[in-house]
Ligand binder design. Structure first.
Ligand code: GLV
Ligand code: MN
Ligand code: MN
Length: 412
């Protein structure tokens, strides 16, 4: 068969995405499939069924990463790895992560239907806990697999209820036997929605990110002094929430103050005892700083950290800061980035280079092997929200780019 004219089945890809979207569906049209929840388990089970139907060998490792292995003509050659994640944010969308897994599955199905053999094996992967929303940090299982993070440290990470990641892996039956340890790879491909506004703004269908911004995560814990809000005078209070409020605005102002290309966000906060008539005596909040320039991100953090210490002192609220996670910015393999652009051109799809502001497991894979990603537009630039959306025709277009990028790699 003429491999050049091979195309994925867009309707089948749509149907797989729609079936997955029923697992953890939220009333407002999104999904809630937090990592290692019952919904995550159901999505994993369905993925494993679909992989076995294709004759793939399914391997689950000790971090719960699922590999669907399609043989190549020469099994001694390092495989082409492709995939993403099936977990979601709380009230997340129907495309983040799952598009990359269903896109890779559609590539395998297309090769299977056309009885196409490749020189190298092709492995699909679903990485555990990409989102990092339930258990911090994100991309923990690709991080362990890559050797950048410790397995037992990852197992011990707790969610807000105090359940550990290791216990939850076991509970849903996805603490596999295989070692979560890197093996030689030929390259890694990840297909994803853009999660930002650039492709739509530039009227492009395909994005070829040159890499991913660095990601720095911090956890801040403040202590105050609880008291009855009525009789306690305003002066002399130690209100942990007011200290946090000042700090949060410092984070929001940081990119404007520092200049350069960076973003800084506080997205999560817990306030205790969280009663309208008690002065808060305990607050936890998170800080997320991203930039293409690692040093710039670190200098920015140092500045805001000094502000935090000064605010805490002035308000008499002791502060504890933990650095939870740090990944350097991740420039992808230029040859593969160009392959995305060339392949899009061959398929008649308008494409552009860009940068990924969102983090991806591709960041850790990039530490091991030649890596690149394929992006398609997010309608209205919205993601990590229930209204997250991408046109079905764009999902199909991106999967065709993925198909031909993978085919080229798998026959090298
Ligand atoms: C991953 O979802 C991220 O935070 O970019
Ligand atoms: Mn994602
Ligand atoms: Mn995400």
């Amino acid at each position: 068969m003429d491999v050049q004219s091979l195309r994925v089945n867009g309707k089948r890809l749509q149907s797989s995405l729609q079936q997955m979207a029923t697992i953890g569906a939220t009333p407002a049209g999104g999904v809630q499939r937090l990592t290692l929840s019952d919904e995550d388990k159901r999505a994993r089970d369905l993925l494993c069924t679909w992989l076995r139907e294709l004759g793939c060998e399914v391997v689950v490792d000790e971090m719960g990463n699922i590999f669907g292995k399609r043989a190549g003509r020469d099994s001694s050659l390092p495989p082409v790895l492709c995939g993403s994640h099936v977990d979601s944010q709380p009230k997340g969308g129907r495309f983040d992560g799952i598009l990359g897994v269903m896109g890779a599955l559609e590539v395998l199905r297309t090769l299977h239907d056309s009885k196409i053999e490749t020189k190298r094996p092709i492995w699909l992967v679903d990485w555990t806990n990409e989102e990092g929303s339930r258990f911090a940090p994100a991309m923990v299982a690709s991080g362990v697999w890559a050797g950048a993070l410790e397995r037992d440290w990852a197992y011990a990470r707790k969610d807000i209820q105090g359940k550990t990641q290791g216990e939850e892996l076991e509970r849903i039956g996805y603490k596999g036997k295989a070692a979560a340890r890197k093996v030689p790879l030929h390259c890694y491909w990840e297909y994803h929605i853009e999660q930002g506004p650039m492709l739509e703004r530039e009227h492009k269908v395909i994005g070829a990110p040159k890499g991913i911004l660095c990601l720095h995560w911090y956890d801040v814990y403040l202590e105050g002094e609880a008291n009855q809000v009525g009789p306690t005078p305003m002066e002399g209070r130690h209100d942990a929430l007011c200290a946090a409020a000042e700090m949060i605005l410092k984070v929001n102002e940081l990119p404007g103050r520092m200049g350069g290309n960076m973003v800084a966000t506080v997205g999560e906060l817990q306030n205790y005892p969280n009663s309208r008539n008690i002065i808060p005596d305990r607050v936890h909040f998170t800080v997320d700083i991203r930039s293409w320039d690692d040093e710039h991100a670190l200098r920015s953090w140092e500045l805001v950290r000094q502000d935090f210490v000064a605010i805490a002192e002035r308000r008499g609220c002791p502060i504890r800061i933990e650095e939870t996670w740090r990944v350097k910015h991740s420039p992808f393999d230029e040859r593969l980035v160009n392959r995305v652009l060339e392949t899009a051109t061959e398929l008649g799809l308008p494409a552009m280079r860009m940068v990924s502001g969102a983090g991806h497991d591709a960041g850790y894979m990039n530490q091991l092997t030649s890596t690149a990603m394929v992006f398609v537009p997010s309608i209205g630039g919205r993601s990590h929200v229930e209204c997250e959306n991408t046109k079905w025709e764009d999902c199909e277009a991106g999967a065709n780019v993925l198909l031909h990028c993978i085919l080229k790699s798998a026959n090298e």
